[in-house]
Structures are given as C-alpha cells and as structure tokens.
Design a protein around this ligand. Structure first.
Ligand code: CMP
Length: 139
C-alpha cells in the first residue's frame, strides 16, 4: 500500500551539498518527496527526537552532531515507503551497508551516516507529526 515515512538528510550530507544527489536516489527508486524543509535542529528537538536512545553511550555526541549544521527534514511517499526507504539507505554503519545504498555511497561514519529513516509505520507517523503540520504535506 502507499505509505509515508519520515527522512532526515543529516548535517554531514548538507555540508557536502548532497541534498540533490540523495533526493535523486529516492526518486529513482520510486519514493516521492511530498514535504521538505531545511532547518537547524535545536538541542531540545534533537534530544526529544532521539529520546529512545537517551541511555546509549553515543547519545550526547549524536545530539551535538545533529545540531552542528542544517538538516533537511522530509516526508517520503511510495509503496511500502518505510521498508523501501530502509533498503535504499542501507545499514546504519556504512561499513556494513550494501553496494548502491545511500550510506554506502555517501556516509562518513556510523554517526555521520548521511540519512535517518523511520523504522516502522507507527514511528513514521510520530516523527512526521513532530516536524510537519498536515498542510505542509502535499501528496
Ligand atoms: P539513526 O538512524 O538516525 O538513529 C540513531 C543514530 O545514532 C544513528 O542513525 C547514527 O547516526 C547514530 N549512532 C551513532 N553511534 C551509533 C551506534 N553505535 N549505533 C547506532 N547508532 C549510532
């Protein structure tokens, strides 16, 4: 079924001017950008967004990284968009990412891994609502 997922182009990607190249990969593989904006994430937004990771050893570094420069937050739409986007992104650690995936192509490290994508339809709905008003999403 047609589905929506939430995506972030992370500061390592915007710093290297990769917004268009990464969007081209999504579009070539059948995902449509139905909402998009470039923002500076606040510390509170990053801490809240990554709240499930707050006990992890990498949490503070992750929040610093995600607030270190502009990010592009997006809503992607397509058939099985959540799972499809996870395939397109590749493994969290670029060392384990398959050929042709965004993280294999572009990621610098497990932290600076260029993109975030929702891990389930339930979380996609929560993450989309955290960053976008309904009227900002044009399917
Ligand atoms: P993301 O999919 O945005 O979800 C959590 C993020 O934490 C992950 O991508 C990475 O950018 C970052 N991260 C940093 N270190 C680790 C780690 N050891 N394991 C998982 N995620 C990590």
């Amino acid at each position: 079924a047609t589905e929506r997922t939430f995506s972030i182009l992370k500061p390592d990607a915007t710093r290297r001017n990769l917004t268009g190249k990464i969007n081209a990969v999504f579009e070539e593989q059948g995902l449509r950008v139905v909402a998009q904006k470039r923002i500076l994430m606040s510390k509170l937004q990053a801490e809240t967004f990554y709240g499930v990771h707050k006990e992890r050893p990498f949490f503070n570094d992750l929040v610093s990284f995600m607030t270190s420069g502009p990010v592009v937050v997006q809503v992607l739409e397509g058939e099985n968009a959540v799972a499809k986007n996870r395939e397109i992104m590749g493994a969290t650690n670029p060392a384990n990412a398959a050929e042709g995936t965004i993280r294999k192509l572009f990621a610098e490290s497990i932290e600076a891994n260029s993109v975030h994508g929702s891990d389930s339809p339930e979380n996609a709905a929560i993450e989309i609502a955290y960053f976008f008003a309904g009227l900002e999403i044009v399917g």
